[in-house]
Design a protein around this ligand. Structure first.
Ligand SMILES: Nc1nc2c(ncn2[C@@H]2O[C@H](COP(=O)(O)OP(=O)(O)OP(=O)(O)O)[C@@H](O)[C@H]2O)c(=O)[nH]1
Ligand SMILES: [Mg+2]
Length: 285
């Protein structure tokens, strides 16, 4: 088993899945792949089963009905935690996200001890291929809207190319995450950001699908518009992180010796134990 799992939700991605799995299997950093298929009418689930039969690092989760991207990812994240993965990716099954960027995400997560690495289409310029101007404007406006209301400082909060560290997923109550679509992406990031987790952005090129049909709808946009206000309320109307990240336990000392932290007042203990965990850094590469 590899330490990294790439979760790929699919609904009618039959043409895309075989080449996508090949690209993932060919990466220099070996990864496992979990396809979460919602009983796609085009037979994507069967294609996934055939790939899994040939490659032990490909796994398939079949769900009975189309339940939205968010539900599919939550099921995939729970599976990842149960199976002991350290890094867990979100990756669209329509080639919008370039699998070759995965090593860049992993390097950033490791080098900077990040809890979450976000792929950004808008960090240091716009890198979106095959989108009409209206779609680009909607996405850019959504990013601004999220920033103004929640204070979250990221350039691309609706993006869906992400790498979570295990401890970040463990810090969330995954059953509490209710949204789908764009809103799901914003909600996941906000729930970690407001806990003071380290979240970094890396630049990616996003290419809209060339095969299959878009599942974008007015409902998805309305859901996101409302969710942003709900997140702001959940964060006690604050526009900055209100929590502190979980503090790793101090290394065990032999019995009879007193740890340094135990001699400090409680306030100092917390501060001193997490000097490098400044909230919400943004890496510009
Ligand atoms: N399992 C599952 N996967 C889904 C569902 N909806 C979308 N997906 C998949 O999620 C990935 C990302 O979907 P989106 O990018 O939101 O949808 P899209 O159809 O590509 O639409 P746009 O990229 O927004 O034009 C793709 O691999 C889809 O096949 C769903 O309800 N269930
Ligand atoms: Mg897409």
């Amino acid at each position: 088993m590899n330490k990294t799992l790439v979760v790929v939700p699919t609904y009618n991605e039959r043409e895309n899945l075989p080449p996508l799995s090949q690209r993932l299997l060919a990466l220099p950093a070996p990864v496992d792949m979990l396809v979460v298929d919602d009983n796609s009418p085009d037979g994507t689930g069967k294609v996934a089963d055939e790939l899994a039969a040939k490659h032990p690092s490909i796994h398939v989760m079949h769900r009975n009905e189309k339940n939205g991207l968010g539900r599919a990812y939550i099921a995939g994240f729970k599976w990842a935690l149960e199976h002991g993965y350290e890094f867990v990716f979100e990756l669209d099954g329509d080639f919008s996200h370039n699998p070759d960027d995965i090593p860049m995400f992993l390097e950033t997560a490791r080098a900077k001890e990040a809890d979450l690495v976000l792929g950004s289409r808008y960090l240091n310029g716009i890198r979106v291929i095959n989108w009409p101007l209206s779609r680009l404007m909607l996405s850019k406006a959504a990013a601004k809207y999220v920033r103004i209301i929640t204070g979250m400082p990221f350039t691309d909060p609706t993006g869906g190319y992400k790498c979570f560290r295990r401890r970040a997923l463990e810090a969330l109550n995954l059953d509490d995450v209710r949204s789908n679509g764009y809103s799901f992406q914003i909600e996941m990031t906000h729930k970690l950001w407001r806990q003071g987790m380290i979240i970094l952005e890396v630049p990616i090129v996003f290419t809209d699908r060339f095969q299959g049909r878009s599942k974008m709808s007015g409902h998805i946009v309305r859901e996101a518009l409302l969710m942003v206000w709900r997140l702001w309320f959940q964060n006690k109307l604050r526009r900055r992180p209100t929590g502190r990240p979980p503090v790793p336990p101090p290394p065990a000392k032999p019995e009879g010796t007193q740890s340094e932290a135990a001699t400090q007042p409680p306030g100092d203990k917390l501060q001193g134990s997490q000097p490098s965990r400044a909230p919400n850094q943004t890496v510009r590469r």
